[in-house]
Write a protein that binds this ligand. Structure first.
Ligand code: GLN
Length: 227
């Protein structure tokens, strides 16, 4: 098992190899939620981190983070800002995306307990073949931190690593499709998963200053930009 900083350094090397002469541009969806911490984490692993609020900004990035926050609010604002369909197309086209907490809910194909907002069930962006349950670990007061081992995942995360994970009104995954790799679980429920160009965590890696998953995203974004 390597330390996160070793792993981040190695992935950073992959990124530089894939995108000589410039930092790869990675977006943070900035409609609602903890945008600033993700911008800082991306910058720390060498990306040019930019907030994304419009389709033109989405089109300019090679990777994206959907942050934690409130999934109903983010889904609503994706519609208001005309980003829902462009984001779905970008994901279908291979854009690497990291979704954390509310971001994991938004990436899930199925929400087990969608909120009903103005008479309609909350939407997800989808792309990740999982079913999530919102607020599955309890309320804000039940928030907790834990050291989790993230399993290796092919060439993208070549070695297992330990991450400090912060769970805040966190969702968890109740069912995964065949193509989904489970990277970590709590009480036998997956809390970190990966599928193709998508990685999602029920926890907030950025709150504890973890950057391994940001480094994965930057490496994947560089490869996507070069493809
Ligand atoms: N429970 C929130 C939701 O449903 C997610 C919480 C978080 O992102 N910290 O969107």
């Amino acid at each position: 098992m390597s330390s996160l900083s070793d792993q981040a350094a190695r992935l950073h090397g992959v990124r530089e190899g894939a995108a000589p002469g410039g930092r790869v541009r990675v977006g943070v969806l900035a409609l609602q939620g903890d945008v600033r911490e993700h911008v800082e984490a991306l910058s720390a692993v060498g990306a040019e981190a930019v907030p994304v609020r419009r389709a033109s900004e989405l089109a300019s990035v090679s990777g994206l983070i959907i942050p934690g926050g409130e999934s109903t609010a983010i889904a609503h604002l994706l519609r208001v800002f005309g980003l829902m369909e462009p984001l779905r197309s970008a994901i279908a086209g291979g854009l690497p995306v990291l979704g954390t907490c509310a971001g994991m809910i938004l990436l899930a194909d199925t929400i087990a307990d969608p909120a009903v907002v103005r008479g309609a069930e909350q939407e997800s962006v989808g792309g990740l073949d999982v079913t999530v349950r919102r607020n599955a670990f309890g309320r804000q007061v039940d928030s907790f931190e834990s050291d989790l081992t993230l399993a290796a995942w092919g060439e993208a995360l070549p070695e297992a690593s330990t991450v400090r994970a912060v769970f805040i009104r966190a969702p968890r995954i109740e069912a995964v499709g065949e193509g989904v790799s489970v990277l970590a679980s709590v009480d036998a429920h997956p809390v970190a998963v990966a599928q193709g160009n998508l990685v999602a965590t029920a926890f907030h890696p950025e709150s504890a200053g973890e950057t391994a998953l940001h480094a994965w995203l930057v490496a994947a974004a560089a490869a996507h930009a070069a493809a």
